[in-house]
Design a protein around this ligand. Structure first.
Ligand code: FES
Ligand code: FES
Length: 156
């Protein structure tokens, strides 16, 4: 089957088994290895990407069901040299340890802050319900996101 997707702004066509999960297309066929393949069952969130603007676990999406959809991976959120505000806040708060959860968290939290620029701590916790971190503990992650929200509350 041939499937056409827009990935990080580029239209791509793939001749693939339609059952192949999107995470494998991204990592194997596109060499976009930011999204991580961990549980492969939709529990950990490490594989999260935006599909038509919504954060979704890409391990659960067979590519055959995604014809014409717009995919944004962590590589597409911001240029490597200029991290987006969530990435900068993670670095400033020493959030990243092993880093396996980091790409999925950033994708999820970028969507949260786009939709709600000044979230509460409970909003952040709710957004992260599908993203598991085994290393850092969630308080620092939430502190990092809140710091972005606090900056945005200050009038220019
Ligand atoms: S690898 Fe997709 S949710 Fe864990
Ligand atoms: S930093 Fe290791 S799982 Fe989150």
């Amino acid at each position: 089957m041939t499937v056409e997707l827009t990935i990080n702004g580029e239209v791509r066509e793939f001749a693939v088994d339609p059952r192949k999960p999107l995470i494998d297309v991204l990592r194997d066929d596109c060499r976009l290895t930011g999204a991580k393949s961990v549980c492969r069952e939709g529990f950990c969130g490490a594989c999260t990407v935006h599909i038509d603007g919504e954060p979704v676990p890409s391990c659960l999406r067979p590519v055959g069901l995604l014809e014409g959809r717009e995919i944004v991976t962590i590589e597409g959120l911001a240029p490597f040299e200029t991290p987006n505000p969530v990435q900068e806040a993670f670095l400033d708060h020493d959030v990243v340890q092993c880093g396996m959860c980091f790409p999925g968290m950033v994708v999820t939290l970028t969507h949260l802050l786009d939709a709600n620029p000044t979230p509460t701590r409970d909003d952040v916790k709710a957004a992260l319900v599908g993203n598991i971190c085994r290393c850092t503990g969630y308080e620092r992650i939430i502190d990092a996101v809140m710091s972005v929200g606090e900056v945005r509350k200050v009038p220019a």
